[in-house]
Design a protein around this ligand. Structure first.
Ligand SMILES: Nc1nc2c(c(=O)[nH]1)N[C@H]1C(S)=C(S)[C@@H](COP(=O)(O)OP(=O)(O)OC[C@H]3O[C@@H](n4cnc5c(=O)[nH]c(N)nc54)[C@H](O)[C@@H]3O)O[C@H]1N2
Ligand SMILES: Nc1nc2c(c(=O)[nH]1)N[C@H]1C(S)=C(S)[C@@H](COP(=O)(O)OP(=O)(O)OC[C@H]3O[C@@H](n4cnc5c(=O)[nH]c(N)nc54)[C@H](O)[C@@H]3O)O[C@H]1N2
Ligand code: SF4
Ligand SMILES: [Mo]
Length: 893
């Protein structure tokens, strides 16, 4: 390791990669993968590799604020304690709430949960994990009696069949995807099946892609269960010894005849047969699933349909086998472990279970233990909207953007009498409505632990000083708790005190009765905590269990130690009747699917700071099938208005055969901070899974129509543009400044544009401009010899080389004679254009990749050799394959 290097863990996805961070003398931080971390063995994806570019303080919240004015910590904390105490006194404990995040650390989470459930006496503490993992939690608990993920990452490499259901692993868990790719390269017999309504980077290299009808997963896995029974692929011993309810589940699954199954899934007999046969014949099978499963009004049923098939074949808890719910956020698992959901207690104990109440009550010496479940995320914000919640504390999440029916949620937050937001970013769509803003310590400044998808607990360590007056989240909570009168229970000297207490509680009166036990870590010294090496649970005190799997020999956590099969009434899949009409070309019948892009993280407060990451997909897009696009008069590059009964957005159209007719796809990432009108959750209805309370984010009914603007522009500016004034606008950083795409219903006045382009502060602006014969405008603003902004605007979507204009912008000085050349919009013949950036690490564009293929590159390696693309983190390799594939098809035509 380099001198000064600190071992820590990536703050993004649930893979939980180990990171080596080395602060440099010039203030930058060198970032590398930790070769010793068992999640990534040195690898990082594009987001992890760019962490060093997101540590700047320009957009950080650095001081507490009360009602928009800077305040001292003392005053802010006193005020919070007073408002919470008053609300509790006047309206009872259920009039206050915490809304937290799978991105805060276990220590933060533990303190918040203890304060709310043990001392305030309410269970109104929920988190964005409700939007993320709640259906998996509910499915696990129904089947296993506990929220246990039975697999480890090694299983992914040891399997002979991997089934990805509703998971775009290549973009959302890229390092796991790379590990799988490498395992497949070594063992080509290993098969990969992807079940996803659209083609994705993950389906690119799959042996089989089932473009299933949205939400038909319960039917698909019900059909599989029936097939396994019919074809002698059951493990009858396992079923007999370790489970109950098999015959009822099978009977329900058998209700699906061949035709009904085909109609429900929109898959052919051949497709179903190939998948079912593969699964039946491959003992070492792992089913990986994520939001295409969880985020559905039948998410819990989908989970149990998958678990049923693994229980029926006894393929669980052995090497290379099992159902594997992959978590999204870096500490989604830690949040579940401390009980940070409204329907859990602590350390995987339950509300509503008197024995558990007693354990936790005595352990905490809790004066007022909550015994009933609290409000789940969507209900919680309903209660904010109708005035039941008088004081709300939001920490590490941005609900004004990420909850369904986002405009309503934002209005609810705005109307709440008292809102605290703990944030690292100066302004978010949520924090603009806060009464009190608390500056939180960010990644690299705070210390604690996170648990990744395979139950591995790793340390996050600080390698930077706390900037401004920022303070860790757990500290903020302890200070308020103490001011509310709960001094003794919240006197922690450091995160390690919190961690040890959490570990102790996990072991307290446990004796193997509860899955979550990390008693071996209950007595860590400060030094031992500092040096903690990543470990997997269970880790009870005393003998370390030899296996890292659960349930290979039964041992479930229901009272009889047996797993439950769940009988799913297959009729439940027919609720989504609109999918039966195909192809769906009626504009008011499109199903909106939403999800993630490779290089952005959620609401972009951090990844939106890296120009490299922002180069990948710089606009809020709407993927639509060519059939629907044609029917609606839309072409790629147009702007479309998406509308539901809850709101509307404007998005850039991408017509692509990856999208099936009747469905559209939009990314989740865009907020008012980067776009004028693209917050996708404004469209999404708050339809919930009745068991888990998780919203159905992937199946909204929307209409789509062409937006007929009068002016379409592209600009590059030095200062952050003001996106608000445009109908459509998206602005992200690029090398040397900001890139802006916009569309408006009229040509803007020059003065308006000047403001929008961030030029209002510039003193001596000189414009170079011309208007072409079609009325298009091109202009560049200079101050002295510096280029401040350049824009090109036409009556139709702008065709020009964006990458060229961005490159032009990087030139430090402009002589008067050269200035007009800025306005050409295309590079001269000796400077080839890059095209849209595909490889963000090496800054390689699609034109360069296409050129290398035309010149003979025939695989991702040879593209890499010619252009550098894919040679660093490898996150773009599936896109390179896609370009190769498309290009070779073109050549064959
Ligand atoms: N780059 C990046 N990575 C991330 C994140 C990020 O913001 N950016 N966020 C992290 C978080 S918190 C999470 S939760 C994970 C999410 O990780 P994923 O679940 O892999 O990501 P999504 O893109 O939300 O959705 C996955 C897929 O589900 C498919 N799908 C939609 N409906 C259905 C259906 O009915 N059935 C099936 N079988 N599939 C369906 C979608 O088409 C989509 O491709 O990613 C994590 N990783
Ligand atoms: N339509 C649709 N909507 C979705 C989804 C979908 O697939 N489709 N997915 C859902 C899912 S799975 C998820 S997980 C959510 C994610 O949605 P959110 O949780 O709302 O999104 P983030 O941008 O991750 O919000 C994290 C916030 O915490 C701040 N932050 C970062 N570090 C710290 C810290 O250390 N302390 C504090 N206090 N704050 C910090 C960040 O600046 C940011 O504002 O979105 C959900 N919404
Ligand atoms: S895969 Fe990427 S985002 Fe996820 S933990 Fe690893 S480096 Fe971070
Ligand atoms: Mo998530």
């Amino acid at each position: 390791m380099m001198e000064g290097t600190v071992r820590t863990t990536c703050p993004y996805c649930g893979v939980g990669c180990g990171v080596l961070a080395t602060p440099q003398p010039d203030g930058t931080v060198h970032i590398a993968g930790d070769p010793e971390h068992p999640a990534n063995f040195g690898k990082l994806c594009s987001k992890g590799a760019a962490l060093g570019e997101t540590l700047g303080l320009e957009t950080r919240l650095l001081h507490p604020q009360v009602n928009g004015k800077r305040s001292s910590w003392e005053d802010a904390l006193d005020l919070i304690a007073d408002k919470f105490s008053t609300a509790i006194k006047e309206h009872g404990p259920d009039s206050v709430a915490f809304y937290l995040s799978g991105q805060i650390l276990t220590e933060d989470y533990y303190v918040a949960n203890k304060l709310m459930k043990g001392f305030i006496g309410s269970a109104n503490i929920d988190t964005n994990s409700r939007l993320c993992m709640a259906s998996s939690v509910a499915g696990h608990k129904r089947a296993f009696g506990s929220d246990t993920v039975p697999c480890s990452y090694e299983d992914l490499e040891q399997a002979d069949l991997l089934v990805l259901v509703g998971s775009n692993l290549a973009w959302c868990h890229p390092v796991l995807h790379r590990r799988i790719e490498e395992a497949r390269a070594k063992r080509p017999q290993m098969k990969l099946v992807v079940i996803d309504p659209r083609e994705t980077a993950s389906s690119e290299g799959a042996d089989l892609h089932l473009a299933i009808k949205p939400d038909a997963d319960t039917a698909l896995f019900g059909g599989l269960l029936a097939y396994l029974a019919k074809n002698g692929a059951l493990d009858t011993d396992y079923i007999q010894q370790h489970t109950v309810g098999f015959s009822e589940a099978l009977e329900a699954a058998q209700a699906w005849g061949g035709e009904a199954l085909k109609r429900a899934t929109r898959l052919s007999h051949a497709e179903l047969e190939v998948f079912y046969q593969l699964f039946a014949n491959t003992e070492k099978s792992v089913t990986v699933y994520s939001q295409g499963v969880n985020q559905s009004s039948q998410g819990t049923d989908k989970v149990n349909a998958i678990l049923n098939c693994h229980l029926a074949t006894g393929r669980i808890g052995r090497a290379g086998m099992g159902p594997f719910s992959i978590t999204g956020q870096p500490n989604a698992m830690g949040g579940r472990e401390v009980g940070g959901l409204a329907n859990m207690l602590a350390a995987h104990m339950e509300l509503g279970n008197p024995e558990h109440h007693s354990i936790v009550e005595r352990f905490w010496t809790a004066p007022k233990l909550a015994r009933e479940p609290g409000l789940k995320a969507v209900e919680l914000f309903d209660a904010v909207a109708d005035g039941r919640i008088k004081a709300l504390w939001i920490m590490g999440t941005n609900p004004a953007d990420s909850l369904p029916n986002a405009s309503k949620v934002e209005a609810a937050i705005a109307s709440c009498p008292f809102v605290v937001v703990s944030e690292v970013a100066q302004q978010t769509d949520t924090s603009r409505h806060a009464n009190v803003l608390l500056p939180s310590a960010a990644w690299g400044e705070k210390a604690g632990t996170v648990t990744n998808s395979e139950r591995r607990i790793s340390r996050q360590r600080a390698f930077l000083d706390l900037p401004g007056e920022a303070k860790p989240d757990y500290w903020q909570l302890t200070q308020v708790a103490q001011r509310m009168g709960f001094t003794a229970a919240f006197e922690y000297g450091s995160p390690s005190d919190v961690f040890c207490e959490h570990a102790k509680l996990s072991a307290f009166e446990n004796n193997g009765k509860r899955d979550f036990d990390i008693g071996a870590y209950a007595e860590l010294s400060e030094e031992a905590y500092d040096g903690l090496v990543p470990f997997q649970w269970p880790a009870p005190d005393g003998a370390k269990p030899d296996a890292t799997h659960f349930f290979g020999n039964g041992g479930f956590f229901h009272a009889d130690q047996k797993a439950r099969f769940i009988a799913m009434q297959c009729a439940s899949t027919s609720t989504s009747t609109s999918y039966d009409q195909e192809p769906l070309t009626q504009s008011d019948h499109l199903t909106l699917n939403t999800g993630r892009l490779r290089d952005q993280w959620h609401t972009m407060t951090r990844t939106g700071l890296s120009s490299r990451l922002c180069g990948h997909m710089p606009e809020p897009s709407l993927d639509i099938s060519p059939v629907d696009a044609e029917a609606l008069g839309l072409a790629s590059g147009d702007i479309a208005r998406g509308r539901s009964e809850h709101g509307e957005v404007l998005l850039r159209v991408v017509a692509t055969s990856r999208q099936k007719a009747g469905t559209v796809f939009a990314p989740v990432h865009w907020t008012d901070q980067f776009s004028s009108n693209a917050r996708i959750d404004k469209l999404v209805a708050a339809e919930l899974d009745p068991i888990s309370g998780q919203p159905a984010f992937k199946q909204s009914k929307v209409s789509v129509e062409r937006y007929a603007g009068k002016a379409y522009g592209f600009a590059v500016t030095r200062q952050k543009p003001e996106v608000k004034g445009f109908d459509y606008a998206a602005a992200v950083p690029c090398a040397g400044g900001w890139r802006l795409e916009y569309a408006h219903d009229r040509q803007m006045q020059h003065a308006e544009l000047q403001i929008a382009l961030g030029l209002s502060g510039a003193k001596d602006v000189q414009w170079v401009q011309y208007t072409d014969s079609a009325g298009g405008r091109r202009a560049a603003a200079f101050e002295g010899d510096q280029l401040l902004a350049v824009f090109m605007e036409t009556a139709q979507p702008v065709v020009l080389s964006r990458s060229h204009l961005i490159a032009v912008f990087e030139r430090p000085r402009w002589e008067a004679a050269d200035r007009l050349s800025v306005l050409s919009g295309w590079p001269s013949a000796d400077q080839p254009a890059k095209g849209a950036i595909v490889c963000s690490c090496m800054n390689v564009g699609v034109y360069e990749i296409q050129k290398s293929i035309a010149e003979g590159a025939h695989c991702t390696n040879s593209i890499g050799a010619a252009t550098g693309a894919g040679t660093n983190c490898g996150s773009c390799c599936s896109e390179l394959s896609r370009i190769l594939h498309d290009q070779s098809q073109l050549a064959a035509e």
